[in-house]
Ligand binder design. Structure first.
Ligand code: SAH
Length: 330
């Protein structure tokens, strides 16, 4: 295939005629650069309290229809240890931007979890360089912070009182501090163009992201975007496949949002460039309440069921479960 400059990416995104070839190529690149192992990351959604008002997200501060929860520090460590026992080599701590969980409190939790031989990924939003440093020094290995969109105007519309420049600053600081950095975008935001999706892919390359998560936008009735249509599954899959082809050796999750739009979404993603899955390791009581968007999968499962279910699916397509922490292949 030809060089993947912006124009080429736009053309591929605009036509569906050669999708099968695109997905096959992304799968071949995945196999060559990261192999057949699928890395499982145990996800702990520890607080749905958030000070932000992102227009698409159900956790937004202004959503009064969401019952809020915050898992205690002791219980976060409990779930992390449970993940270790279940064989996970990474835990991901994700939350809204909850001021109770400042860097100091999170650093203590990270230190406690790091007593086990497990990688810790954080996904708790924007912080200062000093806070990110505190968390890195406490032992955090990776950080997830999606840019969401590189279209500055659209970014502004979607994120009242937030700054695109600050989000970029965060990503650069995280890189500087030696984190493995994950970013990514939403596909299908109202007003988003194909051109800007091509820019998103080139942005991942420019900042040399170690991980990229792509998910279709899913309309949430408790947000200002309640009347906006869902993003397109195939388009999100294409953005993901192109990201694999352009970035080669990075880690790419088959996202939960993809499975929400297509009952076999994660397996399809794993066959189109993805090599990571993030099963939930918290109890039922919290899953339902971490309602970023409606229809989230596995909200009635327990952690053991989730792990077993996805392991079987992964093995059924001839792939294996990653045996180590699954850092980026250098
Ligand atoms: N507070 C953290 C974690 C955000 S939640 C942070 O700022 O990084 C994780 C991701 O969920 C977000 O980055 C966003 O891309 C995605 N998300 C939020 N609302 C969504 C929706 N309605 N549909 C699909 N994905 C959504």
């Amino acid at each position: 295939m030809k060089v993947f400059n912006k124009q080429a990416i736009i053309e591929i995104l605009k036509t569906n005629a050669r999708n099968d070839r695109l997905f096959a190529l992304a799968d071949a690149v995945r196999k060559e650069f990261v192999g057949d192992e699928v890395h499982l990351r145990g996800l702990i959604e520890f607080s749905n309290i958030c000070k932000r008002t992102c227009k698409y997200c159900g956790l937004r501060y202004e959503n009064k229809n969401l019952e809020r929860y915050r898992i205690s520090p002791e219980d976060i460590v409990f779930y992390a240890n449970k993940a270790v026992q279940m064989g996970y080599k990474t835990v991901v701590l994700q939350s809204g931007e909850d001021e109770f969980y400042n860097a100091k409190k999170l650093a203590d939790i990270v230190k406690e979890i790091k007593k086990s031989d497990i990688a810790v990924t954080l996904s708790v939003g924007e912080m200062s360089f000093e806070d990110y440093k505190l968390l890195k020094d406490a032992g955090a290995d990776r950080y997830l912070l999606r840019i969401e969109t590189t279209d500055k105007e659209l970014y502004k519309k979607m994120h009242p009182n937030m700054s695109f420049e600050n989000r970029i600053r965060c990503l650069r600081d995280l890189k500087k501090l030696g984190y493995e950095v994950g970013t990514g975008c939403l596909v299908g935001l109202k007003g988003q163009t194909i051109e800007s999706l091509a820019d998103d892919i080139l942005f991942f390359k420019e900042i040399n992201a170690d991980m990229v998560g792509i998910g279709p936008f899913i309309s949430n009735p408790d947000t200002p975007l309640k009347d906006a249509p869902n993003g397109d599954f195939t388009l999100a899959l294409k953005v993901m496949a192109l990201t694999r082809i352009v970035m080669k050796n990075i880690n790419i999750p088959a996202t939960t949002a993809m499975e929400t739009l297509n009952p076999n979404g994660r397996i399809i993603a794993l066959k189109s460039g993805a090599n990571v899955v993030m099963p939930n390791v918290t109890s039922k009581e919290y899953r339902k309440k971490y309602e970023i968007y409606p229809g989230k999968i596995c909200i009635n499962e327990n952690p053991e069921q989730c792990r077993g279910c996805i392991e079987n699916k992964i093995k059924s397509i001839g792939r294996t479960i990653g045996a180590d922490k699954g850092f980026r292949n250098k």
